[in-house]
Design a protein around this ligand. Structure first.
Ligand code: FAD
Length: 288
């Protein structure tokens, strides 16, 4: 099996301890030579300044290519583009452009009166600057707000046609879900790459809540397996096995990029990568 390109997603830490954990995670995963790492932008735009700082710091100190997430929520067009300019001035040219989730408690997305009305508008504006490589989100299990699966794929096509280079998917549990989605995208005339988003499950209850919120379907066999593993205290083994199996099936079927949701914890992502044969690359001067 050819070595896939991998990327890792992090979120901005909210306190000193979490900052150390993020840095430890970056240090642990960097030797796996990701193609890029990305930093999320808190729901409702809540981590705007933190995201900017983390992106700039990782870019400066980690030696990794960094992509900044950017959403349309709760900001004027001018404010959103000013943040993109700050990313560019810090040397960051990769942006994951999203409409974004509304702040906690809000029922749905309401554009700021002077803000971008949709992800497509944001992508068009970023593309016009000519400064960025833009990625977008995609939903193999169908986004909860989509009218139906076909409309969801059509909307993804509009995002890619507006100027994005590839799509990163929401996490899903079965390779078949991704293959069905990839086929639907191809049928709709999408030629750009759809990169599967992979969640190694560190915390089963949290992952289930997250899946429910974002429309990811959880198969009955996964629920049963985690409930049994919880009783025996072997969740990590199960999570590594399930995730490795999923990635293997994807890689055996023409997938050559994987985007890992690390949740700022390196262990499972690293174990899955190692199980897939993605070995750390050590530079010669580090070999004693
Ligand atoms: P869009 O794709 O623009 O819209 C979501 C869905 O709604 C579409 O799939 C489509 O079916 C429908 N839709 C929307 N507008 C229209 C329209 N005008 N016409 C027809 N259909 C429409 N959230 C954050 O807050 N911060 C992050 O950093 C973040 N990172 C993410 C990274 C990835 C890889 C993914 C997959 C998601 C991420 N999210 C993040 C979550 C994301 O913000 C939510 O899923 C949000 O609800 C949708 O954002 P989007 O840009 O994918 O939306």
């Amino acid at each position: 099996m050819k070595r896939p390109e991998i990327s890792f997603e992090f979120f901005p830490p909210r306190n000193i301890e979490a900052t150390f954990r993020l840095w430890d995670t970056v240090q642990a995963l960097a030797p796996l030579k990701p193609n890029f790492v990305s930093v999320t932008y808190g729901a409702g735009g809540t981590t705007r300044e933190l995201t900017r700082e983390v992106v700039a710091t990782l870019h400066k100190h980690s030696g990794l290519r960094v992509a900044a997430h950017l959403t349309c929520v709760d900001a004027t067009r001018a404010e959103t583009l000013a943040i993109a300019e700050q990313f560019r001035d810090a040397g960051v040219k990769d942006i994951v452009a999203l409409r974004g989730d509304p702040p906690k408690g809000a029922s749905g997305f309401t554009p700021h009166p002077e803000g971008f009305g949709s992800s497509v508008e944001l992508i068009e504006a970023l593309r016009e600057t000519g400064d960025f490589n833009i990625r977008v989100g995609a939903y193999p299990d169908v986004h909860p707000e989509a009218a139906n699966a076909a409309a969801d794929v059509e909307w993804l096509k509009r995002k890619l046609d507006a100027g994005a280079s590839e799509a990163l998917t929401q996490f899903f549990f079965e390779a078949e879900t991704f293959f069905r989605f990839r086929d639907a995208c191809a049928k709709a005339g999408i030629e750009k790459q759809i990169v599967p988003g992979i969640l190694p499950i560190e915390n089963w209850k949290g992952a289930r809540r997250f899946a429910e919120a974002c429309g990811t379907k959880v198969p009955a066999w996964v629920i049963e397996a985690f409930e049994a593993a919880e009783r025996d205290g072997r969740q990590d083994l199960l999570a590594t096995a399930i995730c490795t199996e999923l990635c293997t099936e994807l890689l055996e079927n023409d997938v050559d990029k994987l985007h890992f949701y690390t949740l700022n914890r390196p262990e499972l992502t690293r174990d899955v990568c190692l199980a897939l044969g993605i070995a750390p690359e050590t530079t010669l001067e580090n070999v004693a």
